[in-house]
Unconditional design. Structure first.
Length: 293
């Protein structure tokens, strides 16, 4: 999907959907998409996911702006949402793409504000035996193994491992990283604060004007911030959050569709179901069946 002069996808490169396990994590082999595109993945961005590219073996060029970064495995790359990136694969690659839902990550780290920087850091890290980078790398491999398993308690373990991963990334010594950038401009700060307010409000009906007043900016300024950072209107971001919460509630399996609807502040379960279908591509019933409920 194209936005202005940029390529933008809600799923992986070339795809407009992604199926996060428990709304949190999706794992896909690294290199497959490159093969499908003659080993050339054009620069593109995602506004709904933080990505980790785990390179176990092989060589690739990371493309960012007009720069080219040569990377040889074992190594990993972390890419914040809304960040343009592309690849030119130079050899057969063995590795994985870990995509993490930004909405759920925000919820997980809301009480650990200093950890958020890990989600805003675009970096390349070479794996060195005996260094902290090896600890982080092994944690990533554990996430991948658990995702691909059918073990009892898989979703709970994935939440635990993803939480560990974000903390490890934040603790990673700066001297072990090749930092391409850390996002910390004013728009990012306002955007992060807005998403925090969405989580705290517990009120789907809260207006954009009310959110803007909380931030001490105008609603127009808030709209420009959201469009520049996330390429979405504020109301769409609010809807994204509540639909993600709905997925988590459905995954717990204890409430009916109507109960989930009312818990999230929707007065009309039918309207809630239509919104859910538009965002997810499945009705609530279809989603519950898909996750085995």
């Amino acid at each position: 999907m194209a936005l202005t002069n940029r390529l933008f996808f809600d799923g992986l490169y070339g795809h407009d959907r992604i199926e996060f396990a428990k709304g949190l994590i999706y794992v896909y082999p690294f290199g497959v998409i490159g093969k499908e595109n003659n080993n050339n993945v054009k620069p593109h961005a995602h506004n709904n996911q933080f990505q980790v590219f785990v390179i176990i073996e092989g060589n690739t060029n990371l493309l960012y702006n007009q720069d080219v970064y040569h990377i040889k495995g074992p190594a990993f790359i972390t890419i914040p949402k809304n960040t343009d990136h592309g690849f030119e694969h130079l050899s057969e690659l063995k590795g994985w793409i870990i995509s993490l839902s930004d909405n759920v990550l925000e919820h997980m780290v809301k009480r650990e504000a200093e950890v958020v920087q890990a989600l805003e850091t675009f970096q390349v890290t070479k794996i060195v035996a005996g260094e902290y980078s090896e600890v982080v790398f092994n944690n990533m491999l554990d996430c991948i193994d658990e995702y691909r398993s059918t073990n009892i308690g898989r979703l709970l373990m994935l939440e635990h491992l993803v939480g560990q991963l974000i903390v490890h990334l934040r603790r990673l010594p700066a001297e072990l990283q090749q930092r391409i950038f850390i996002a910390n401009n004013a728009s990012i700060i306002y955007y992060r604060r807005f998403t925090q307010l969405i989580r705290q409000s517990l009120n789907y009906k809260k207006t954009i004007e009310e959110y803007a007043a909380d931030l001490k900016i105008t609603s127009g300024h808030l709209s420009r911030i959201c469009n520049s950072v996330a390429f979405k209107a504020p109301r769409e971001l609010i809807m994204d959050y509540y639909i993600t919460q709905a997925q988590l509630l459905f995954a717990d399996g204890e409430k009916t569709i109507a109960e989930v609807s009312y818990d999230l502040g929707f007065d009309d379960p039918s309207y809630f179901s239509r919104v859910f279908k538009r965002k997810i591509g499945l009705t609530p019933n279809e989603f519950r069946k898909k996750i085995g409920l």
